[in-house]
Design a protein around this ligand. Structure first.
Ligand SMILES: NC(=O)c1ccc[n+]([C@@H]2O[C@H](COP(=O)([O-])OP(=O)(O)OC[C@H]3O[C@@H](n4cnc5c(N)ncnc54)[C@H](O)[C@@H]3O)[C@@H](O)[C@H]2O)c1
Length: 275
């Protein structure tokens, strides 16, 4: 295969959950640039149809935006039917949707702390991050296995392989027991996705379906300067990622360029987890 063929997604239909979000849009852009057909699934409030329209115009490829909730099996099944009716195939699933765990105060307490972490938030975060990824893998992965070809890519995080450094989130003048922390659900969801990846890779090992994870590091998104400085000091490359810096790895993992790779977790974190 030529380099162009190795990385080409021509004719391939790629479902991206959370496709209207910060990184989901970037995943969709690289799929479109490589000649593929992105399908953006997101909550109605995120307006995936408008995002899809913009991508379609920019890259001159078909791009579909579907409003739906990935935690609801019936909705996922009806989105599968809509995609098959329109494009007659599903080649790639990127499990990218997640709740952004909150670090807010509630009733005077910082409920991100483990001692106060509400069970309803635990359940909501796991429901999107893990149950949603499971349901999409079940529905779209089964279709790929039936066709004996496909790729599943789970979007984990550097915090799938290292613990959060809670010193990053400290606020001056706040009592020790009130200091905000990265919520426990983030670590649990991301490590769980790496487990799901290995399970799917071996479960469908003889069905032509490959499953991998990507573990991105933190993306610069107008966070406060002192947070960016503190985090940058923990990263050998000395900076956070730009939102479009995962495009190359996403294309590699979704295309035939990674044809001998399954069950792996590609860490793309500026070196943070090796320090
Ligand atoms: N941004 C970062 O720094 C970073 C770093 C490492 C990993 N990640 C991971 O990358 C992925 C994308 O992150 P992002 O920064 O683009 O976040 P984002 O919040 O911009 O996007 C997440 C999207 O998921 C959607 N979503 C939430 N619940 C849903 C549901 N039930 N059904 C359908 N869609 C739903 C949201 O509407 C949102 O558009 C996440 O898994 C995140 O954990 C992000």
């Amino acid at each position: 295969m030529s380099i162009t063929e190795l990385f080409s997604l021509k004719g391939r239909v790629a479902v991206i959950t959370g496709g209207a979000g910060l990184l989901g849009t970037k995943h969709a852009e690289i799929i479109a640039e490589a000649g593929g057909t992105p399908v953006l699934i997101d909550l109605a409030v995120a307006n995936p149809a408008a995002r899809a329209d913009a991508i379609s115009k920019k890259f001159d490829v078909p791009c579909l935006g579907l409003s739906g909730d990935i935690t609801d099996l019936a909705q996922v099944e009806s989105m599968r039917d809509a995609i098959l009716e329109r494009f007659e195939r599903i080649d790639i699933l990127i499990n990218n949707a997640a709740n952004n765990p909150k670090m807010e105060r509630r009733e005077g307490k910082n409920f991100s702390r483990l001692e106060d972490f509400p069970i309803e938030i635990w359940e909501a975060d796991l429901r999107v991050g893990l149950t949603g990824a499971f349901l999409c893998s079940r529905v779209f992965g089964t279709e790929m296995a039936r066709c004996k070809s496909g790729v599943i890519l789970n979007v984990a995080s550097d915090l799938a392989v290292i613990a959060p450094d809670q010193r990053l989130y400290r606020e001056p003048g706040v009592a020790e027991e009130e200091q905000p922390v990265k919520p426990v659900t983030y670590s649990v969801v991301k490590a769980g996705l790496v487990g799901l990846t290995r399970y799917l890779a071996t479960y469908w090992n003889d069905s032509g379906v490959r499953a991998n994870a990507i573990s991105p590091g933190g993306v610069y998104n107008h966070q406060p300067d002192d947070f960016v400085d503190r985090l940058s000091q923990l990263i050998p490359m000395g900076r956070m990622a730009h939102a479009d810096e995962y495009k190359g790895a996403i294309l590699f993992l979704c295309s035939d360029a990674s044809s001998y790779m399954t069950g792996a977790n590609l860490i793309v974190d500026g070196g943070r987890s090796c320090w």
